[in-house]
Design a protein around this ligand. Sequence first.
Ligand SMILES: Cc1cc2nc3c(=O)[nH]c(=O)nc-3n(C[C@H](O)[C@H](O)[C@H](O)COP(=O)(O)O)c2cc1C
Length: 297
Amino acid sequence: MAELHSIINGINFKNPVMPAAGPNVKTAALMLSAAELGAGAVVSKTFSTVPASDPRPTIKKTVAGGLLNCETWLEDSYENFFDELRQLSALDVPLIVSIGYSPEDVKLLGRLLEEEIKPDVIEFSTHYTGHGIGPLIEVAESLKSTVSVPVWMKVSPGFPLLEELVKEAEPIVDAFVAVNSFGPALDFDPVKCRPSLGSAWGQGWLSGPPLMPIALGIVCSLSRIVRKPIIGVGGITTGEDAVKFIMAGASLVQVCTAAIKEGPSAYGRIAGEINSWLDENGFADIGEIKGKYTINL
Ligand SMILES: Cc1cc2nc3c(=O)[nH]c(=O)nc-3n(C[C@H](O)[C@H](O)[C@H](O)COP(=O)(O)O)c2cc1C
């Protein structure tokens, strides 16, 4: 059995696979199942100071095993979600809590999380904060100046100046999560010729296998320009997919769409498949493949 353990931001991860923020982790029960079924850490659904109100339908299947969604953040109050997070006190893997979106939102939620929940990491989503680098740096500074735990910045693949953003953010944050879903994307039934999602024009965000080459490309580019750890996410369905992200420079990986389809057993299954892949290919420790692709270039 190969060694999957790693230490990132001073935190022990028994294996590199964890959920990505999404409907797969919107309750304490789902997060606890993720850990029980073998995830190396648990990430929560993103929440903010006000509940979201998502149009229906919110999720539809699209080509090549992908999903389109117009789900934003948690459709419940942060007070109610804190009650869910309190049920995770016995969790035996690191807890990463995902929040958004303005400097004021993350300051308030960051302070309350440290006082009441004590997560291992706070991740913030940049998905709905706008397209300028300045506002995102302001959010990063606001959260970092409020909390003592590591702060992870989750970046979106459509952001026009992604490399400039991570260069400016690197001195502030502790790691990058790359990437969120890609959009605006569209699919629909041509016979009905009507939107399949409830959003404006039926457009949404693409996730799952069709996103993987885009996400992998971004992880590879970012790993060549930042030294802080990168958590790879986008289309990971198998252990071999995860191996590619780690070879492209990721330290850990996150999984959303595969877990929406399969349930929380996906994380432990993928971790087991990474282990088998390492054994079959003659590696004793996951550290041996970290950045192997980029180093070979
Ligand atoms: C239905 C749905 C809801 C999502 N909600 C969030 C969210 O609340 N916060 C966030 O940062 N990312 C969210 N995401 C993006 C995922 O965390 C992930 O970055 C993206 O889907 C790519 O990974 P995947 O291909 O494994 O799904 C969501 C994705 C889906 C499909």
